[in-house]
Design a protein around this ligand. Structure first.
Ligand code: HEM
Length: 412
């Protein structure tokens, strides 16, 4: 029997107050996978909301492809898929070769090399917040830290960070319901061919190409230089492949960690007992960091496309079916996380969350980096005895893809 989801999962309005926990709970408790019709009535998609199902899909790239179809719910044409593709839209073995180009820079051990630089960025943002007595936590703290860190790694000059923040904000706007201005930034490419259908994606590619040319003439110890000089089977990345890689790194390294940091301010106010425990026992920092990441589930979903007939949780699936993995639902699966809505610092490390994915080939490349950034922020806040006297109502990003916050007023 096909059970249809009781609310529209395409509609950003379903997420206007954050993760729709009641809806996801209802879906988790429904046997099999839940069906949703597409917004235009042409196709539809299956939703995965339970943890074990999400892990099974994530780890089976032969049955559930990222390269076939799109990794977002809506479909796009073949030529658009090809024009936008970065490693996140590919399957092994091509995916594996691309990922290998930079994966060594993101190992748990290697990211420790960035710790001192992260601490400087965290301190500067908290200085600004304290000097102002508060303000928009997102603009003053949550936005500048992750973009600063990923730009440092890539080799983007400081003066361009705000420009790139603007571009990633504009990219996310492409997942909302507002129409985008096709010629923004001087874009003339058909929006259909651009990631998130956004002219900001074009502008980011232009920026990446210019910076690559500068690095070709003047190499540096950064990831841009590494990417433009690397070879796969004797060949270097094309201009387009490099630009797509750059865009993936900037978007993935920025928007996600920013969202978790934005939510952190709310959790500090909502769950004071958990943070008090960490204040007196810093060995709990890794646990509280992962609880922030689970609870905020910055990426709401990614999609796969079925390649061969199969059965998942009793639901029969056919080639071409769309499967949407709701990380934001699996992270509150009561079978994986007892008392899932409680914010706890004693969850066992042996019961990992799914905010970074279910552990397959695409498992978040930046997981260790994100953990380091968030834990350094929490640590420094606790060291400074930083207390909010008030945290305002969040203004959520209009999107069914990221669980972002646009504006959150705090006073110290
Ligand atoms: C709280 C922060 C973050 C969250 C919640 C997050 C979440 C995710 C998720 C859900 C995926 C897809 C996993 C899958 O399909 O199995 C992913 C992939 C990815 N993430 Fe993150 N991410 C975060 C931070 C970062 C950072 C800081 C970087 C910086 C390098 C990054 C880079 C990437 C890349 C490059 C991929 C694609 C990996 C691949 O296709 O092999 N992410 N992330």
């Amino acid at each position: 029997m096909k059970t249809t989801a009781s609310r529209n999962l395409h509609d950003p309005a379903t997420f206007e107050r954050g993760i729709p926990h009641d809806l996801f709970e209802e879906m988790r408790l429904t046997p099999g996978l839940t069906w949703s019709p597409d917004y235009d009535g042409t196709r539809g998609f299956w939703s995965v909301t339970r943890y074990d199902d999400l892990v099974a899909v994530s780890r089976d790239t032969a049955t559930y492809s990222s390269a076939e179809g799109h990794i977002q719910i809506y479909d796009i044409d073949e030529d658009a898929l090809a024009a936008r593709a970065s490693m996140i839209d590919m399957d092994p073995p091509i995916h594996t070769r691309l990922r290998r180009l930079i994966s060594s820079a993101f190992t748990p051990r290697h990211v420790q090399d960035y710790k001192a630089a992260i601490q400087l960025r965290v301190a500067a943002c908290l200085d600004n917040l304290q000097a102002a007595g508060g303000g928009n936590w997102v603009d003053i703290v949550a936005k500048p830290i992750p973009i600063g860190v990923i730009c440092d790694l890539m080799g983007v000059p400081e003066a361009d960070h705000d420009y790139l923040i603007g571009l990633t904000d504009h990219l996310v706007a492409g997942t909302g319901s507002e129409p985008l201005e096709p010629n923004a930034y001087g874009n003339t490419t058909d929006l259909r061919l651009l990631p998130f259908n956004s002219p900001a994606a074009w502008a980011m590619s232009q920026y990446a190409t210019d910076l690559a040319n500068i690095r070709r003439a003047d190499p540096a110890d950064d990831l841009i230089t590494k990417l433009i000089t690397a070879e796969i089977d004797g060949e270097q990345l094309t201009t387009e492949e490099f630009a797509n890689f750059f865009r993936l790194m900037i978007f993935a390294g920025n928007e996600t960690t920013r969202s978790s940091m934005a939510h952190l301010a709310r959790y500090l106010e909502q769950f004071p007992v958990a943070f008090e425990a960490v204040r007196s026992d810093r060995s709990l920092l890794p646990a509280v960091t992962d609880e922030v990441i689970r609870y905020s589930s910055a990426i709401l979903y990614f999609r796969r496309t079925v390649m061969a007939p199969t059965v998942l949780s009793g639901t029969e699936l056919a080639p071409g079916d769309k499967i949407v993995m709701w990380y934001s639902a699996a992270n509150f699966d009561e079978n994986q996380f007892p008392d899932p809505y409680a914010f706890r610092v004693d969850r066992p490390a042996t019961s990992p969350h799914a905010a970074f994915g279910g552990g397959g080939a695409h498992f978040c490349l930046g997981a260790s980096l994100a953990r380091l950034e968030i834990s350094e922020l929490i640590n420094e806040m606790l060291d400074r005895q930083l207390m909010f006297t008030s945290v305002g109502e969040p203004e959520f990003v209009e999107s069914n893809f990221v669980n972002g916050i646009e504006h959150l007023e705090v006073t110290l």
